[in-house]
Design a protein around this ligand. Structure first.
Ligand SMILES: Nc1ncnc2c1ncn2[C@@H]1O[C@H](COP(=O)(O)OP(=O)(O)OP(=O)(O)O)[C@@H](O)[C@H]1O
Ligand SMILES: [Mg+2]
Length: 460
């Protein structure tokens, strides 16, 4: 038997893999995927089953999430039986340049393997607590959800059920402000009960925005608010110590504010890993995957297959206006403006089409044009200086005594501005900013302008 992971017609590939078993498999299985190859890196995409050990996981997907509030009086969490349809494919969609996905998976597999092997069901020294930190929209929560799904599939032979308990700490604190510590303590007591009462259920606890309950106690010494968060942090630490010896629980935490976290909490993390803004090849791959999704959904009509980053680079050398070259140029443009998160990137192709499509159909050329249009900077470089001069003039006039002549001139300018595009004025504590957009206004462009403007010196 051969597994061919190259892009071929799925039916032909299935026939190649399964031969006469195919009709029966088609009746019973919804999909059959080769999801992972673990081993030394290999050039080829075809492997002989003589040289690899094949692990097959057969699973069904749950369809409904239920809140713990309904059956366990546990209002701060959402309980999801795993593997769940909501998280199917989430892992495969995430693209990172480093091997964060493999590292996380191996770490989890090893933690679970060794705790299952121990005769007294006890855990080792390393806490089953993983912390992912990094800028917003880089895929931290999705990684945790994807990991929980993977674990649920892998653990089916050891545990009857896997449950994902998602705790939203922000809601917890805003809802029960004065008694945060009590809430945290209660959550951990319930998790401990769950682990004890249901030894055949594996529990993945996902705590997003952990900084809300794990902020450094060093800086919170005065005031009621600080007291509240100090007690919440203490309750979290005690809660973790109370639960981490159970072999059937892991904690997955995320934060945007790594430096604000308490040292004692950081000490308890079995693995701390940064999730960074995607690099150029990842950015290319994310857009490519999202375009492919739009093709699969029939939003974009094309027979073209989208090339990998490496192949696109070769193709672009031959012709700078073909699809791979344009896609590459788009990724390069994004890469040259730092700060675009994975979240913005994943939304970019669909948003561009929704925003600009005026026809009944959309082909690849149109889709790329729309993306290029969305990404276009507000003005070409030469005009950019001019528009900032206008901003400065406006600021001066605002702080001086009104001059009717100048006002007239300013109004004249305003009229000119309006004729050209959209003018925006933003008033902050330190600066008042006026910006002129000659093209369609786009939130990312606006964000970039504000970031640029912040770097300019404050004017009196
Ligand atoms: N590297 C990536 N590859 C593919 N998709 C990504 C990537 N990073 C983010 N996304 C997508 O962006 C969206 C938001 O991701 P997610 O909520 O996991 O980010 P986050 O890091 O938890 O953000 P926040 O810090 O704001 O909570 C998801 O749809 C996710 O699939
Ligand atoms: Mg998140």
């Amino acid at each position: 038997m051969y597994m061919n992971t190259a892009l071929v017609d799925p039916d032909i590939a299935a026939d190649l893999r399964l031969g006469h078993h195919l009709p029966l498999v088609k009746k019973t299985l919804q999909s059959l995927k080769v999801v992972e190859y673990l081993g030394p890196s290999a050039e080829e995409s075809t492997f002989s089953s003589k040289n690899v050990r094949i692990e097959v996981y057969v699973y069904g997907l749950y369809g409904n999430a239920r809140s713990l509030e309904e059956d366990r009086h546990f209002p701060q969490a959402e309980l999801t039986p795993m593997p769940h349809i909501r998280f199917e494919g989430i892992w495969d969609e995430l693209v990172f340049t480093d091997n964060i996905k493999e590292d996380l998976l191996w770490m989890m597999i090893n933690i679970l393997r060794f705790s299952l092997r121990s005769s007294d069901n006890s855990r080792g020294e390393v806490n089953p607590l993983i912390l992912l930190h990094g800028p917003p929209g880089t895929g931290k929560t999705s990684l945790c959800q994807g990991l929980a799904q993977k674990i649920a599939i892998r653990l089916r032979s050891q545990y009857d059920h896997t449950t994902l308990v998602q705790i939203n700490t922000a809601t917890l604190l805003s809802k029960y402000y004065s008694e945060s510590a009590k809430q945290v303590d209660e959550i951990f007591t319930k998790i401990a009960c769950l682990c004890q009462e249901e030894p055949n259920t594996f529990t993945c606890v996902l705590i997003d925005e952990i900084e809300s309950i794990a902020s450094s106690r060093e800086f919170s010494t005065t005031g009621d608010e600080s007291h509240d968060s100090l007690r919440a942090t203490n309750a979290l630490l005690t809660g973790l110590d109370k639960t981490n010896h159970y072999p059937n629980v892991i904690f997955l935490c995320t934060t945007n504010m790594f430096t604000a976290l308490d040292d004692a909490f950081l000490d308890r993390c079995g693995l701390k890993r940064e999730v960074a803004i995607p690099s150029l090849p990842s950015q290319y791959q994310i857009i490519r995957k999202r375009l492919q999704k739009l093709i699969d959904r029939g939003v974009i009509q094309t027979d073209e297959s989208l090339l990998s980053h490496e192949d696109a680079r070769l193709c672009a050398e031959l012709d700078s206006r073909n699809t791979p070259a344009r896609l590459l140029a788009i990724a390069q443009l994004i890469n040259s403006c730092p700060g675009m998160s994975g979240r913005s990137l994943t939304q970019l192709p669909e948003r561009a089409v929704l925003q600009h499509l005026r026809e009944d159909e959309c082909d690849m050329d149109m889709a790329l044009t729309f993306i290029e249009r969305v990404l276009k900077l507000p003005q070409p470089k030469a005009q950019e200086t001019e528009s900032y001069v206008k901003v400065e003039q406006t600021e001066k006039k605002l702080s001086s005594i009104p001059d009717p002549q100048a006002e007239k001139h300013e109004r004249k300018n305003d009229i000119q501005v309006e004729q050209h595009g959209t003018e925006i004025e933003i008033r902050g504590m330190k600066r008042t900013l006026r910006m002129l957009f000659e093209d369609d206004l786009d939130i990312e462009v606006l964000q970039r302008c504000i970031a640029e403007a912040r770097k300019r010196p404050v004017q009196e």
